[in-house]
Design a protein around this ligand. Structure first.
Ligand code: NAD
Ligand code: FES
Length: 281
């Protein structure tokens, strides 16, 4: 059992959970993730390691309560526990000194972006970060990113914080400016956002890395759940990724696989909420 040291809601339905897992903390590198299982028989949920205080310190996980599994986890108070935390999984981010880089985070994807941006800044890059959400409460980790980024620019769809619109509106301005154009862009968020960022940077020939979160089951490359097509080749996000060249990812296929899963999850939720349902998930 892995002890939950704290559990705070940092945005609507988004929780920051600090979990005691010293061996994972000692081994983890930026870009890697864990797969958690709340209780025996529960679904396995992939979660990025947002931070680790130090090499033996606790792990910070940021969890959006979207399905029953994540809702059960975030309902567990500090002092409670998670049955399994397996990891670290996936390939660590390749951190290079490139000069000026732009990191783009959409909604809760900013949690995945955070360790990446921190490692890029730590390697001596000048990091400008653009983070966006539906409204101000949905924009997360702004102060934490400001601690090491040269600039943190915010967007909201309702205009309640920063520029009104999508993150791509601010990215476009930066790409168009010769003096601000970066050597690379890192983007993490909803699939349509990462597709839009990659389409935009392709026009300016700016290298773009995206972090994908397809459906994951075993996290070992065996089940095929996280299959993605990159540069015409089949890849498994859990072992070959989760980061890939955004200009080579088949986003259309990724979106269609995600929608298939969402429809299935909705049917399961409807069954669970039906008055005739037996209460079992
Ligand atoms: P959201 O749908 O509210 O979008 C957040 C922001 O992303 C928007 O405000 C906008 O700035 C940007 N965005 C969204 N669609 C865009 C588009 N078509 N073009 C340009 N910009 C766009 O996000 P949310 O509800 O906070 O987060 C949930 C989504 O994030 C889910 O789709 C989930 O799968 C994804 N997610 C991805 C990762 C990852 O590792 N890639 C991790 C966690 C969550
Ligand atoms: Fe099963 Fe990646 S999660 S192959």
């Amino acid at each position: 059992m892995f002890e939950i040291l704290s559990n705070d809601e940092i945005a609507p339905l988004v929780h920051r959970m600090v979990v005691r897992a010293p061996r994972i903390a000692a081994a983890r590198k930026p870009g890697q993730f864990v797969i958690v299982r709340h209780e025996e028989g529960d679904e396995r949920i992939p979660l990025t390691i947002a931070d680790a205080a130090d090499q033996a310190g606790p792990l910070t996980l940021i969890i959006q309560a979207v399905g029953q599994g994540t809702k059960d986890i975030v309902a567990t108070e500090g002092g409670g526990g998670i049955l399994d935390v397996a990891g670290p999984l996936g390939m660590p981010t390749e951190i290079e000194k490139l000069g000026r880089v732009v990191c783009v985070g959409g909604g809760v994807g900013t949690a995945v972006l955070y360790p990446l941006a921190k490692a890029l800044a730590g390697a001596g890059n000048e990091v400008v970060t653009i983070i966006g959400g539906r409204s101000a409460p949905h924009v997360i980790l702004r102060d934490e990113l400001a601690a090491f980024c040269k600039q943190v620019l915010c967007t909201t769809e309702d205009g309640s914080l920063g520029v009104k619109g999508f993150v791509t509106a601010v990215l476009k301005e930066i790409l168009e400016d010769d003096a601000r154009r970066p050597a690379a862009v890192y983007a993490v968020g909803p699939v349509p956002m990462m597709a839009a960022v990659s389409d935009m940077t392709r026009e300016y020939a700016v290298r773009t890395i995206v972090s994908l979160n397809p459906i994951m089951v075993d996290g070992t490359g065996m089940c095929g759940g996280c299959r993605v097509t990159v540069g015409g080749e089949i890849k498994f996000a859990c072992v070959d990724g989760p980061e890939f060249d955004g200009h080579a990812v088949d986003f259309r296929e990724l979106a269609s696989r995600q929608n298939m899963y969402k429809e299935h999850q909705c049917r399961l939720d409807d069954q669970a909420n039906s008055p005739t349902a037996g209460g079992d998930k």
